[in-house]
Design a protein around this ligand. Structure first.
Ligand SMILES: Nc1ncnc2c1ncn2[C@@H]1O[C@H](COP(=O)(O)OP(=O)(O)OP(=O)(O)O)[C@@H](O)[C@H]1O
Ligand SMILES: [Mg+2]
Length: 470
């Protein structure tokens, strides 16, 4: 099985997460351990392996402190099938909306795409060879392949001047005697890329596999039926399209790769991987928790919790690629839990999330680190964006300190939106530069703490104003 999981010790995972997320060590540690436990479980004797269920996690923390970000980075880190969903997207079975089982189906298609991609890497070389032959056939229509070629006449001074496609389809030309030679010359030109700008006609499968999402409360069987119908409309039919040789190479290669990948094998591997290592991140879980005194909406929310329960507990979900057992999928739930508490979730669900981690509020020091120490930090993003216009901006340390202070101040004076505040502040700070950038080509603009105060101080002092602008 091909994943990077084995290399990821908990420490390594935390170290990777540290590159992007400041603080929140408890949460990082919890997800790192959970990830490692997946790997450990896989090494157990089979009888025991089935007994070990994942220790699902609830991340609790105010808005904008990195809950989703941790999950997002985690997904990029571990080669495991990963799906992020919002709990609020689901509705109780029987209501209009998505049913909870759709998350398993989605996870399965993510897993399959992943496995197919890996498998197609293995066949890439073979596919590239076949692609070349297909393209040569396209470029030299009517000419037999290398082996079957039976030359009759010699070409005028052996020069293949017949790049023009319309000329190529001319039978007189196509029956060129030095077929083998021509084919080899074309092969060389094809490899060198000197034919890249010429056009050829290729078959394009009817828009590829129609990827559609059906939002009405359809269950799986109905969806399959719909796909079947679509299949009969598009299925098998291929469209001819004129494209450049360069583009044709890509199209044909993708086509050949998918022909070479064994779909059954891919879905077997994917199923295994989803069952053993899949991770589902359920965001906004607090929004489906309800306090006593239930109104209509709350009842339906509780319904969602009840629907989620069996999936988390372990059940078998029917997907297009076979039945998926959800017993060992890891669930990470997250929510701000401002109004509701984890204890407002139905007890059975609480029990299914034994690990609770709280994320901390971010202060101005954290903001400073976020601005200066994270990989692809916000400051760097702006620097690079403006660089594309030939404008160089440099943030002094004083400026990033001042920005962090302002962010913390505005958060405490108005609403605490965590690190998202940095986005609004930064946008306002650089509004003028951004707007005028095309006229500032070649200039260097130092962003100092004075510059920051000049642009922002008045707004920060005026709480009402900052409520609207920042
Ligand atoms: N600790 C942190 N370190 C670095 N960046 C952070 C941190 N916390 C938040 N951010 C940044 O702030 C933005 C919002 O963070 P995120 O989406 O993780 O918030 P959240 O905790 O999921 O909030 P919500 O409860 O509103 O969903 C992201 O751009 C993220 O990069
Ligand atoms: Mg979030």
């Amino acid at each position: 099985m091909k994943t990077d999981l084995d290399k990821l010790t908990p420490k390594e995972t935390v170290r990777e997460l540290d590159k992007y997320i400041i603080g929140q060590n408890k949460a990082k540690k919890a997800v790192a351990i959970a990830l490692r436990n997946r790997m450990r479980r896989r090494l157990l004797p089979e009888a025991l392996r089935d007994e070990v269920t994942p220790k699902n996690i609830i991340m609790i923390g105010p808005t904008g402190v990195g809950k989703t970000e941790i999950a997002r980075r985690l997904s990029k880190l571990c080669g495991a099938p990963f799906l992020k969903v919002e709990a609020t997207k689901f509705t109780e079975v029987g209501y209009v909306g998505r049913d909870v089982e759709s998350m398993i189906r989605d996870l399965m298609s993510i897993g399959l795409t992943m496995v197919k991609k890996e498998l197609s890497e293995d066949v890439k070389e073979e596919a590239a060879k076949r692609t070349e032959e297909v393209l040569l056939d396209l470029l030299l229509p009517g000419m037999g392949k290398k082996k079957s070629a039976s030359p009759k006449k010699t070409s005028k001074n052996g020069q293949p001047v017949l790049i023009d496609v319309s000329e190529l389809s001319n039978p007189a030309v196509a029956e060129d005697p030095a077929q083998t030679g021509t084919r080899e010359k074309f092969r060389k030109m094809l490899q060198e890329g000197s034919l890249d700008d010429k056009t050829v006609e290729v078959d394009i499968a009817g828009g590829g596999f129609p990827s559609i999402e059906i939002f009405s409360g359809t269950n799986f069987e109905e969806m399959d039926l719909n796909l079947g119908n679509l299949g009969s409309i598009f299925g098998g039919k291929k469209k001819k399209k004129k494209v450049t040789v360069k583009r044709a190479k890509e199209i044909v290669l993708a086509d050949e790769m998918s022909k070479l990948v064994d779909t059954d094998r891919a879905s077997d591997i994917a199923k295994q991987r989803v069952e053993d290592m899949g991770i589902i991140f359920i965001d906004e879980i607090d929004k489906v928790a309800s306090k006593e005194g239930r109104s209509g909406a709350d009842v339906s929310r509780e319904g969602v919790q009840r629907d989620i329960l069996p999936i988390i507990e372990g059940s078998k979900v029917n997907t297009k690629y076979g039945i998926v057992d959800t017993s060992h999928i890891l669930f990470i739930a997250a929510g701000a839990f401002h109004i509701s508490k984890p204890s407002d979730l139905i007890p059975e669900l609480q029990g299914r999330f034994p690990i609770r981690v709280e994320l901390d509020d971010l202060d101005s020091n954290d903001f400073h680190e976020i601005l200066t120490k994270t990989e692809n930090s916000l400051t760097l993003q702006y620097v690079e964006l403006l660089k594309t216009e030939g404008v160089t901006i440099n943030f002094t340390d004083g400026a990033t300190r001042r920005l962090s202070e302002i962010a913390a101040e505005v958060n405490s004076n108005t609403e605490n939106i965590g690190a998202r505040r940095l986005h609004t502040i930064m946008e306002l700070l650089l509004e003028d530069v951004s707007f005028n950038a095309p006229d500032l080509k070649g200039q260097e603009i130092p962003i100092t703490s004075d510059y920051v105060d000049d642009k922002l101080a008045n707004i920060v002092k005026n709480h009402d104003l900052s409520r609207y602008i920042l």
